[in-house]
Design a protein around this ligand. Structure first.
Ligand code: ISL
Ligand code: CA
Length: 587
């Protein structure tokens, strides 16, 4: 049921181009900068690079607002630089995925300009236009009450035509109308453009939002009094999304051997998300589901971005378990990730980023990742155990429009409620310090020189304060570093296919300190023990572990330097786990 395939074995490394490496001193990472770091990536054990968007863009949302799908943004380079980068990637036996952002374009895209130009324009129906509604008092209102992901209404009024257009994100990101077949053809065509240039796969931005519910009914009122309401249940997994992805598969993907992953936020419905992936449906290889990285988010409506909720290990384990065992018999395939450019750093959320425990807990989280079944994703800097920037940083240091809009909305509301200017925003700053998208977007920490060696100029965003001691150069010189550990962990995964393909069996689901699980692949076995606390824990291995299996298991990886990893020590009935200790046993 699980034929081994290159894209299942692959370790994918996500590059956030603006912050990876600046080759020309303008403070902005670029394609030549990436090309200069390919040996670093290959040495780490990376098979596939995924580049966040590099297309021409006004950068209202860091390139997730594309004004020309067939060109490189000048700040990143040229099409020639792209070809040279791709050649360098392929020469090292690696592959390259592009970010396909086609739920929406920029409002500066030629398609939208034409659509907006008049109600009778040939491309009017390429976007989602609706007339106003009028309330009882005769005031003009948006067509429905949906709240945009980045706050405010999803509708922007166009004076000239007296209509509104839909944007689930910023008003500078109008949604394409996928119900129009001409739009779909245009998307297939731009995919072929990049495939012809040699790209090997696509990560598809918010692909579960492309089909809108007919009639665009109002969302249920979850916060009485609020003008705009949380509409996630209405905009995720719309009625025709599978029809469209099957068409994409038929028209484009089936003709090429590619890696595809759909980003599917705003729902945790596992059965609904499995439909995108099950091989018989002929859609995508896998999706990014966010149930796990939402474990520390408030439940229910309204959506509260960047708000931290204390989580427990049993609930975290239950989510991992659900996805690891989801419809495996039918061929479901997972993507394994715990960081990306839209969230805080893993060590600061799920580990312990204090100086004492940062390295060891970052390694423990590396084990959590490589020991799960699925395609492995590593976000830039995760291999160094980079952590969130400090609470002391001012709101001005946060560059993300989602952060700014959230902060400003709360600020205005509090000012209106209290009638004062100097309202307390410390709780919002606490949430941002934990969860803002900005933490994944600070410049990469290459060495101890000025600006972490990221640029010789002035970086577009402030570099995290700890770069002098915490950087790639220092870690490459240290056999015990987080980087060295990730390299070993990625290699171990390749050597023991049980880690990639094996069945997943959760042990001690209610244990509040230790995450323990078994893996089984044919005759091969693995046992994984992770102590999620800064305490020593004695963990009893119960009767779930058969005696012959216990006898065959040998320690293959551990995150304590002089630990039993080197001794090949066999398993006792009780294991003494040190603070944040992680162990992988294999047979
Ligand atoms: O970042 C989030 C919280 O503020 C997510 O809800 C995010 O908006 C969602 O995962 C969709 O993300 C993707 O599409 C966005 C873009 O801003 C993100 O960077 C991208 O990953 C719109 O294109
Ligand atoms: Ca540059």
């Amino acid at each position: 049921n699980h034929p081994e395939t290159w894209w299942k074995d692959a370790a994918v490394y996500q590059i956030y181009p603006i912050s990876f490496f600046d080759s020309n001193g303008d403070g902005i990472g670029d394609l030549r900068g990436i090309a200069g770091k390919l040996d670093y990536l290959r040495d780490l054990g990376v098979d596939v690079l995924w580049l966040s968007p590099i297309y021409r863009s006004p950068q209202a949302d860091m390139g997730y607002d594309i004004s020309d799908y067939r060109d490189i943004d000048p700040r990143y380079g040229t099409l020639e630089d792209y070809d040279a980068l791709l050649a360098g990637v392929h020469a090292r036996g690696m592959k390259l995925m592009m970010d396909l952002v086609v739920n929406h374009t920029s409002d500066e895209h030629a398609w939208f300009r034409e659509s907006k130009s008049s109600k009778t324009s040939a491309k009017r129906d390429w976007y989602i236009w609706r007339p106003p509604r009028y309330d009882a008092a005769g005031n003009r209102q948006p067509p429905n009450n949906w709240k945009a992901v980045f706050q405010g209404s999803i509708w922007e009024y166009d004076e000239a035509s007296d209509e509104y257009y839909m944007h689930l994100f910023l008003s500078k990101q109008p949604d394409l109308n996928w119900d129009n077949p001409a739009v779909r053809l245009a998307v297939w065509d731009l995919m072929e453009f990049w495939i012809a240039r040699g790209c090997d796969g696509f990560r598809m931005d918010v692909i579960n939002l492309i089909s809108k519910v007919p009639g665009l009914p109002d969302a249920p009122v979850t916060v009485p009094g609020d003008t705009y309401q949380d509409a996630r249940v209405l905009f995720a997994n719309g009625p025709r999304v599978h029809e469209y992805l099957q068409e994409m598969h038929r028209e484009v993907l089936s003709r090429h051997d590619m890696i595809t992953v759909g980003e599917t936020p705003f729902t945790h419905d596992a059965a609904a998300l499995a439909r995108y992936v099950l091989p018989q449906n002929r859609e995508l290889n896998m999706v990014f589901q966010f149930e796990l990285t939402d474990v520390d988010s408030p439940r229910g409506s309204p959506r509260q971005p960047f708000t931290y909720r204390a989580w427990t290990l049993p609930e975290f384990k239950a989510v991992v378990h659900r996805w690891q065992t989801l419809q495996r018999a039918e061929g479901f395939w997972n993507s394994i990730f715990i960081e990306n450019h839209d969230m805080g750093r893993a060590v600061s959320r799920w580990g312990n980023d204090s100086d004492a425990w940062r390295a060891v807990s970052a390694k423990m989280l590396a084990v959590l990742e490589v020991a799960q079944s699925g395609t492995q994703y590593v976000f830039q800097g995760q291999e160094l155990g980079l952590r969130n920037f400090p609470r002391a940083w001012d709101i001005e240091e946060y560059k993300d429009v989602a952060t700014q809009n959230w902060y400003n909305e709360v600020l205005e509301n509090r000012r209106a409620e209290t009638g004062r200017d100097d309202v307390d925003m410390s709780d919002i700053m606490d949430g941002l310090q934990k969860k803002a998208r900005d933490h994944g977007r600070v410049p990469m920490q290459w060495n101890a020189s000025a600006h972490a060696g990221f640029t010789t100029g002035t970086p577009w965003m402030r570099v995290n304060d700890d770069y002098a001691t915490w950087n790639a150069e220092a870690q490459l010189a240290d056999a015990d570093s987080v980087h060295a550990f990730w390299k070993r962990a990625l290699r171990l995964r390749k050597e023991h296919k049980v880690l990639i393909y094996g069945d997943f069996l959760l042990l001690a689901p209610e244990h509040e300190e230790v995450f323990a699980f078994r893996r089984i692949y044919g005759a091969r076995r693995a046992l994984v023990l992770l102590n999620f606390t800064a305490r020593r824990v004695a963990f009893a291995l119960g009767p779930e572990l058969p005696d012959d299996e216990r006898g065959a298991l040998r320690l293959a990886l551990g995150n304590y330097p002089a630990g039993p990893a080197e001794t090949g020590e066999a398993l006792g009935a009780e294991v003494q786990l040190r603070e944040y200790e992680a162990r992988v046993y294999v047979s």
